[in-house]
Design a protein around this ligand. Sequence first.
Ligand SMILES: [Zn+2]
Length: 217
Amino acid sequence: MRTRLSILTWPKPKGGPHHAICHYCDTVHVAEPIPEGSRANCILCGATLFQNRPASLARVTSFSLTALLLMLVVHTAPFVSMDAGGMWTELTLPGAAKALIDDGTPLVGFGVALFTIVTPLILAGGLVYVCGPLMLGRLAPGAMFVTRWMSRSEPWNMIEVFLLGVLVSLLKLGKVAELHFGIGFWAFAGLMFCMAGAVAAIDKRELWDRLEVARGG
Ligand SMILES: [Zn+2]
C-alpha cells in the first residue's frame, strides 16, 4: 500500500539501511526517506545532509530545456554592440572567444569557450538526457556515465563569473564608446538563472537513488 510518505518521497534502491555522511563533521547517519519539501540535517553540527526538493525531475528538466534554448540565442544573437568614433562593432559570445584566440590570447579564448559554452552545454544537455527519461522511470543509455561527467563539469560552469567580468569591462569601455546590450546578453543573463535553477532543483542523493532504482537496483 502506498502511504503518504511513499508518495512524497523518492524511491529508494533495494537493500539498506542507506547511510549519509556529514561532509563537515563525518558523522554517519541512517538516511531515512523524508517528505517532499523537507531536509535532513546532521544531528551533531546541523549541516544539511540531503533535501527532498518538490517536483524535482519536472523542474530540473524544464530549467535545463529552457537553458538549452537560451544557449541557441546566446550563440547566434549579438551579445554586445559598440560604437566608437563612428566604428560600429557587433560581437557574439563565440565571436568573442574566437577574437581572443586570434588576437594572441588563446588561453583566455579557450577558457571562455570552455567555461561559458562547452561546460554549460554538457551540464544542461546531460540533465535533460538523464532526468527526462527518469520522469517515466526509464534509464537512458549511459546515464550513469553522463551523470558522473555532469558532476565533474559542474564546478567549471562559470557563466556567473563571466557575466560579472563582462559587466565590469563594459562599465570601463562605456567611457570611450557607446555600448548596446544585444539579445544575446539578455539571453545569457536568463541562462545564468536557468542553470542555477536546474542544478538546485534536485539533490544529488535523490538523482543517484532514482538512477539506481531505474537500473533495477
Ligand atoms: Zn555534521
